[in-house]
Write a protein that binds this ligand. Structure first.
Ligand code: SF4
Length: 491
């Protein structure tokens, strides 16, 4: 009995563009299950398992893919054994994530052997963009690969596979000048990622992203504001993270600015916290700095990746700013918003980094006084300009510099964190951890610090706003005591 119809076509979010089939659904007389019929392919209820590597943009893409797949009757599972569809969302930026992905994909052949054709395997993300065709050839159990710019047509690809087409790779760019989407969430939490710009025009010499995600394109400010308003009003969202590879470039092609977007979003009733990532120091403008002082809902935390404290290394990285310019930005930000908490990324041992250049990074850490840093040893990515530079540095030197950077930063962090003791913070509780038989809640402050605290045993505080007094800190953790529970909404 056919009882519903809808047309599956992109970019409405349903994700079937080429076939343009009408989807119908009916109830299976034997099982009572709702079956979706698309063309001549039936989609009974199935499970999809997904593994995501890399940045927040990838996690956001995964969320989007899962939302699309609901329209083909797929629900998400954490249990690989019960999945009919297995998808990887890959990252080409870090070697570690890359290696993990290859080993997990390799291991999957055993599950494919067990389940046979019933198991469909796809690989998406940045690795699929550059190596999709090779992957499909190399891994017999891989059905298809797709680049990051094709995620809104995931249902096309899944349909094609179930219709009998196999072993294909899709890595076309969306060449339209207009980047327009609607945010899709299906997680039921009050936090949402909202993509505002895609691609990157910066071409840092060590980075593969411009080759995997293409040129910068921004959504229109009005569309984003409506999107966020809808998320807040109808989906209970209270905290929004604006996402992009370089969010500071937002709106350039449309004559718009991220500072104006922030100020407009700041007016939305019911939205409590607004964050944005990732920032490029070159594009941090005075109007954006001013917004940090003016917007009431803008987080008092900014992650501003510096990568190195040496001007010559920054030049080799093509980062387009100097150490002095960067430190000047921090000064202006602290002036505009005295409570701001700052963090950064550091790459240790970039190509031919000298001892002197490394010391410049330690000096920058001393001067910048970051709340925390993410630090890595430089890892060469093929197809980047840095990969073509002759490199004399050994892995041992890189690792020892990483340890030095981390130890030095921890000593700075310990002092900064100790100033939190005795202060009260409003936090959104994200979950609980049990260690040595003791359960503690953990919540994130407006300035992005995580605080652990005990709560009454009979109360589930997840996604509640609470006030917590910080009672002790180490370089890496904060402990607090609960002062008051404000419930799930502040207003
Ligand atoms: S700004 Fe540089 S590091 Fe960041 S995504 Fe663009 S090219 Fe990569």
């Amino acid at each position: 009995m056919e009882n519903q119809t809808n047309e599956l076509n992109s970019p409405s979010g349903l994700g079937v563009s080429k076939q343009n089939h009408i989807a119908t659904s009916f109830l299976d007389e034997n099982t009572g299950d709702r079956i979706i019929r698309l063309g001549d392919v039936d989609f009974p209820p199935r499970k999809v398992w997904m593994k995501t590597y890399g940045c927040q943009m990838n996690y956001h893409d995964t969320e989007r893919i899962l939302a699309h797949l609901k329209n083909l009757n797929f629900s998400h599972t954490e249990d690989l054994d019960e999945a009919s569809l297995v998808l990887f969302n890959t990252c080409a930026v870090r070697e570690l994530a890359n290696n993990k992905f290859y080993s997990q994909l390799g291991e999957l052949k055993h599950l494919k052997k067990k389940k046979g054709e019933e198991l469909v395997v796809g690989v998406g993300g940045c690795v699929a963009q550059t190596e999709g065709k090779d992957l499909v050839k190399k891994f017999k159990h891989l059905n298809f690969a797709f680049g990051p710019d094709t995620i809104d047509t995931i249902n096309d690809m899944v349909y094609r596979t179930y219709a009998g087409d196999n072993k294909f790779s899709v890595n076309t760019w969306d060449r339209s000048s207009n980047f327009s989407i609607e945010t899709k969430i299906n997680h039921g939490t009050p936090q949402a990622f909202v993509n505002i710009i895609k691609g990157c025009d910066k071409y840092c010499t060590y980075c593969i992203v411009p080759y995997t995600r293409g040129r910068e394109r921004s959504r229109k400010q009005a569309e984003i504001v409506e999107d966020v308003r809808r998320l807040v009003e109808y989906q209970g969202i209270q905290e929004v993270m604006l996402l992009g590879q370089n969010v500071n470039s937002f709106g350039k092609e449309n004559g718009e600015r991220i500072s104006d977007l922030i100020m407009e979003l700041d007016q939305i009733n019911g939205l409590e916290i607004l964050r944005y990532t990732t920032s490029h120091p070159y594009d941090v403008s005075d109007d954006l700095i001013a917004a940090h002082g003016e917007a009431k809902k803008l987080s008092k935390h900014l992650h501003l990746p510096v990568q190195s404290g040496s001007n010559t290394v920054l030049q080799r990285m093509n980062r387009e700013y100097t150490k002095e310019h960067y430190l000047g930005l921090l000064e202006k930000l602290r002036k505009a918003q005295p409570e701001i908490v700052l963090s950064t990324d550091i790459i240790c041992g970039f190509v031919n980094e000298t001892d002197e250049e490394h010391k410049e990074t330690l000096d920058l850490l001393e001067k910048a006084q970051f709340d925390f840093i993410y630090s890595y040893v430089y890892s060469q990515r093929s197809k980047t300009r840095a990969a073509k530079m002759e490199d004399f540095l050994t892995q041992e030197i890189r690792k020892s510099r990483l340890h030095e950077v981390q130890a030095f930063q921890l000593s700075i962090q310990e002092k900064i964190r100790s100033t939190m003791v005795g202060k009260t913070y409003r936090v959104l509780v994200e979950g609980a951890n049990t260690m040595k038989g003791e359960t503690k809640w953990k919540g994130r402050t407006n300035c992005n610090r995580v605080i652990h605290f005990k709560g009454p045993e009979d109360l589930n505080l997840k996604w509640h706003w609470v006030d917590v007094k910080c009672i002790s800190t180490t370089a890496l953790s904060c402990q607090g005591e609960l002062l008051q529970d404000l419930g799930r909404r502040l207003q």
